[in-house]
Ligand binder design. Structure first.
Ligand code: MN
Length: 219
């Protein structure tokens, strides 16, 4: 338990003070945009993969979760942007509200777009609009080079994409998100958060006020 609390203390401020990831020699630093992956048990379990781009969280719902396995391609549905305030939300969305269920911060860190031509500038917003974004992630679970590629747009306007990990030194054959169920924020599982949530997300309130504390999180 002591370890878990210490871990929580270390992690809780990640969204305000992203730390360099020295151990792996990653390029992460405080100037890079952030990302979060939230494991969300709503009507169906999915992982929300969110990238900070131009002041919002550009988001995909990934039913089976991101993977480090370069042999696997995950379906990812482009969903509406979320406010930046949501980036460190972990708790419960009340039943009956959009996304009602429980949410953990499954992974978090920084990211940067990868230019396929050396030295080229990548505008991430434009890359998303164009349907192809290559990126490096500097998270706790997710590291290395990924690609997001749009494959189709349904008549509903819902875009289907693929999320995949490239073959690099961070790739791990057979790696599955469901084998790594703990929050990087609190060390808790979705089940534990559901049973004893610290926060509610009130989507009926403005984003700055929507994350409502129910009780103090551990110090
Ligand atoms: Mn969701």
């Amino acid at each position: 338990m002591g370890d878990q609390l210490a871990r929580y203390r270390r992690k809780r401020d990640f969204s305000r003070t992203p730390e360099p990831s020295g151990a792996d020699g990653g390029a992460a630093d405080a100037d890079l945009p952030r990302f979060v992956v939230q494991r969300h048990r709503a009507r169906r379990l999915h992982y929300d993969f969110r990238l900070e781009i131009d002041g919002v969280l550009v988001s995909w719902a990934v039913p089976k979760g991101p993977t480090l396995d370069p042999a696997v391609r995950r379906a990812a549905f482009h969903v509406e942007d979320h406010p930046l305030e949501y980036i460190d939300f972990e708790g419960v969305i009340p039943a009956g509200q959009y996304g009602g269920g429980d949410v953990i911060v499954w992974d978090a860190g920084t990211w940067q777009p990868h230019a396929r031509r050396a030295g080229a500038h990548v505008d991430p917003g434009r890359a998303v609009a164009d349907g192809e974004l290559h990126l490096d992630l500097y998270g706790e679970k997710l590291r290395g080079r990924f690609a997001l590629v749009r494959t189709s747009t349904a008549r509903s306007g819902r875009e289907e994409w693929l999320l995949l990990h490239k073959r690099d030194e961070h790739a791990v054959e057979g790696w599955d998100a469901e084998d790594h169920p703990y929050s990087v924020l609190s060390g808790r599982t979705n089940e534990q958060v559901q049973a004893d949530p610290y926060r509610l997300w009130r989507s009926d309130l403005p984003a700055v006020a929507a994350s409502v504390a129910l009780k103090p999180a551990p110090p």
